[in-house]
Design a protein around this ligand. Structure first.
Ligand code: ATP
Length: 362
């Protein structure tokens, strides 16, 4: 097993800085997802770890070995891309066996490992089939198996599920996690899909515009985003963020939320952090599942209701300022009625109204 240490890593293409700076340590056997919108620098980072691109500055260490100048083939890295890389003229068996034959393993050992991997990825009944006849879903599963079978110390996957259908993607999320538990590789997984990152990774590293914004366990980053960008990017729907202004009242500190009224009193630790902050303009945040809604004649207008099977998403407000709540599928709210909102006090998060950075006690 191998740890990966990215130290002050940057990458420019001409005058364009694709990666402005990246400091990240990925431990032995850890599954880290690089998560962010298109163009934020995820693949560029991955390509440098693989050795396909050279950094402009900074370094990449595998354990304590500097990878600068080490060719891709000598890094001990397995790579799976969005588009499956399979020899379509070969059978499933031969594709799986390919890397092991290149390493000149004994035939019996190759056969054992091919069958084990085939069983693991449910490719057993297809072993003798020509790969050209397989569906895109199965080809991608085979591509993953083909890279994993040589048991690279580091396994890099760049959007491997973006071309497969939704049902298969859900299956593969579980299989990939099992695969990593079985082989205990250090895994780096690039995705723009927060659900993939949240469900599989031990740690997510959220990026935007060539900068690493936050890294942490999925639950911690979800609960305690470091900025409004992270708060909105994670979750479906993302965190509710309402612009407002801090207001001192006799009892405690509140936030004037404009059309949404005055917030409940802020919890003491959050109030202390807010008072110590540099501005009274804030964004008031809470997750859509962290509030209650009660039918009331004087409240916020319900202007849209999405019923999506297990859940109901109720949209409150309107005219650009919208709050979304995730309720159970028995929530009886209808468009046109009004309702009273109560946000769970401990779930409130505040962000600086100008920088968008989280306001927290040190
Ligand atoms: P996506 O999922 O869309 O690939 P990403 O986060 O992986 O997004 P990168 O592929 O790392 O993004 O690209 C980051 C930025 O660098 C983009 O603006 C991209 O256009 C630019 N870029 C990437 N490779 C090159 C290149 N070889 N020459 C010039 N610009 C590049």
């Amino acid at each position: 097993m191998t740890s990966i240490h990215l130290k002050q890593l940057t990458k420019s293409f001409g005058a364009f800085q694709a990666l402005k700076t990246m400091d990240l340590k990925i431990e032995d056997g850890e599954f880290v997802a690089l998560l962010g919108p298109s163009g934020c620098g995820k693949s560029t980072t991955m390509n440098m770890i693989a050795g396909m691109e050279d950094p402009t500055s900074g370094s990449i260490l595998f354990d304590d070995r500097d990878m600068n100048g080490v060719a891709m083939g000598r890094r001990g890295v397995g790579f799976v891309f969005q588009n499956y890389a399979i020899f379509t003229h070969m059978s499933v068996y031969d594709n799986l066996a390919y890397g092991l034959r290149m390493r000149k393993l004994p035939a019996a050992e190759i056969d054992r490992r091919v069958k084990q991997m085939a069983e693991f990825l449910q490719l057993g009944p297809l072993l003798t089939q020509p790969s050209a006849k397989l569906s895109v879903n199965i080809l991608q599963r085979l591509a993953i198996g083909r890279s994993a079978i040589v048991e690279p110390a580091i396994f890099l996957l760049d959007e491997p599920l973006s071309n497969v259908d939704a049902a298969f993607r859900a299956v593969m999320r579980t299989e990939l996690k099992h695969l990593q538990r079985q082989f205990k590789q250090t895994m780096v997984y690039v995705t723009h899909d927060q659900l993939e990152a949240m469900t599989m990774a031990d740690r997510i590293a959220v990026m935007d515009h060539g900068v690493l914004l936050q890294s942490g366990s999925p639950v911690d980053v979800y609960n305690n985003p470091s900025s409004t960008f992270v708060a909105g990017f994670l979750g479906s729907p993302g965190m509710n963020l309402i612009r407002g202004e801090l207001v001192d009242r006799a009892d405690a500190l509140h936030v004037d939320l404009g059309a949404f009224g005055l917030s409940e009193a802020l919890e003491p630790s959050l109030a202390r952090a807010a008072k110590a902050g540099r501005t009274r303009n804030v964004s008031y945040g809470f997750r859509p599942e962290q509030a209650q809604l009660e039918a009331s004649s004087s409240g916020l207008p319900v202007f849209f209701v999405e019923r999506i099977g297990s859940r109901t998403i109720v949209h409150l407000g309107g005219e650009g300022a919208v709050i979304k709540l995730v309720l159970g599928n028995d929530a009886g709210f209808e468009v046109g009625q009004t309702a009273r909102l109560t946000v769970n006090p401990g779930s409130v998060r505040l962000f600086d109204g100008e920088t968008g950075l989280a306001i927290r006690e040190a």
